[in-house]
Write a new protein. Structure first.
Length: 433
């Protein structure tokens, strides 16, 4: 039994993107699905399908939304896939045409197609990955709406005995499309997405010629604004209740009359001062008695005589010095002895003073603050650190997939940089000291 061989791939045909929405995908998802699928995100497109409606020219289907899906195997005539009819069966014969309906519940007995309920009911076209497997001859597989009876645009072309694969879109008619190869081959079809009308752009019928645009109707007169209802009258404010009567304060008694002050008596005369008595006389001081005469000092007594010191003995005679011996002759010098073992290394001497510093040379670097490229992407920068022989390296603050960043002109104190408009960047200036 043969298995699927190497496949050549091409991009999905004829989708002109107007706007897109992107999402974050992890590495495992990118590895599993190619192209990857972002749930709930759609591409707004202007769909031009190469599967025509009754003519040779591609059909413009108008504004649509494209929803990518995880690829599901919709049709397979390979024996190992064991797909039942109508999605499997024997290989296609040359010029054999089969019609498939991808919308709704796809069940055959107790077997459910993997694409069951994948395509939205309001889909007007589907995106397919079509594989011609083990073809017998060189030719092509064609796809077209189910109402079409001849083919002019190949979905995938193949050579005799070589598998081939390509992605294409096909418009649906009555919910179906037709497949026809012009040589014998097995066919495998995966659904990778579908198209629905863009609800924000108006529905465009995918089939039949576009009717002529009706004349613009006259603008209707604006309706008369209804009169505003009369506001109900406000109820009258109730009367304020009377304040309770305050109890009467007791009367204050009358103040008694002040008594009459008595008359002040007359001031009496000042009495005469009494006569002071005479002071008695001070008595005389008594005489001091005379001091007695001092007695005479007695004579000093005689000092006793010291005892006589004993006599010192005579010094003995000194012996005579002996004669000095004669000086002997100088002896011969002995032979030098063998050199002894080397002694241990002495302690390290103190560190000498540090020598003077050598001259400083090399590069100096100055970095800038954050700047932003203006519209147009070119900016002239003044910087006193810049010289004609400076090396200037610009770099984006954040990743930019736009224009490359570059330095155009360098002068003393100024230079010109270019890059992506509205992108933030910095630069570093290197000078040789």
């Amino acid at each position: 039994m043969k298995t699927l061989k190497s496949i050549s791939k091409t991009a999905i045909a004829a989708i002109i993107l107007i706007a897109s929405f992107t999402g974050s995908m992890n590495a495992q998802e990118l590895k599993s699905y190619n192209p990857y699928t972002v749930y709930g995100h759609q591409l707004r497109s202007e769909l031009i399908t190469q599967s025509p409606f009754g003519g040779e020219a591609p059909v413009k289907m108008g504004p649509t939304l494209f929803q990518e899906v995880i690829p599901c195997r919709f049709v397979s005539t390979l024996e190992e896939d064991k797909y039942p009819s109508p999605w499997g069966g024997k290989e296609f014969k040359a010029k054999e045409s089969r019609t498939y309906f991808p919308i709704g519940i796809l069940v055959s007995g107790d077997w459910t197609n993997p694409c069951s309920e994948v395509v939205a009911e309001k889909a007007i076209a589907v995106a397919l990955r079509v594989t011609a497997f083990d073809p017998n001859g060189s030719g092509a597989v064609f796809v077209a709406p189910s109402s079409f009876t001849s083919y002019s645009y190949p979905a995938v072309q193949f050579k005799d005995g070589h598998d081939a694969q390509r992605e294409a879109d096909v418009a649906l008619h009555a919910g179906g499309f037709r497949v026809e190869p012009n040589e014998d081959t097995h066919v495998v079809i995966d659904i990778i997405g579908y198209f629905i009308p863009d609800p924000n752009q108006g529905l465009v019928g995918p089939r039949g010629e576009q009717g002529a645009q009706g004349a613009k109707g006259d603008k209707g007169d604006p309706g008369v604004a209804g009169a505003q209802g009369v506001a109900g009258a406000q109820g009258e404010k109730g009367d304020k209740g009377d304040a309770g009567v305050a109890g009467a304060q007791g009367a204050k008694g009358d103040k008694g009359d002040a008594g009459v002050a008595g008359a002040q008596g007359a001031k009496g005369d000042k009495g005469d001062a009494g006569v002071a008595g005479a002071q008695g006389e001070k008595g005389d001081k008594g005489d001091r008695g005379e001091a007695g005469a001092q007695g005479l000092k007695g004579d000093k007594g005689d000092r006793g005589e010291a005892g006589a010191q004993g006599l010192k003995g005579d010094k003995g005679d000194r012996g005579e010095a002996g004669a000095q011996g004669l000086k002997g002759d100088k002896g011969d010098r002995g032979e030098a002895g063998s050199q002894g073992a080397q002694g241990p290394q002495g302690p390290m001497g103190p560190q000498g003073p540090q020598g003077p510093a050598g001259p400083v040379s090399g590069l100096s670097m100055v970095t800038s603050g954050k700047l932003v490229f203006p519209p147009g992407g070119s900016i002239t920068i003044s910087d006193s650190n810049v010289r004609q022989n400076s090396v200037i390296i610009p770099y984006y603050v954040e990743l930019s997939n736009g224009n490359a960043i570059a330095i155009a002109v360098i002068g003393n104190g100024t230079f010109v940089a270019s890059g992506s408009p509205n992108k933030a960047f910095r630069y570093a200036v290197f000078n040789n000291n």
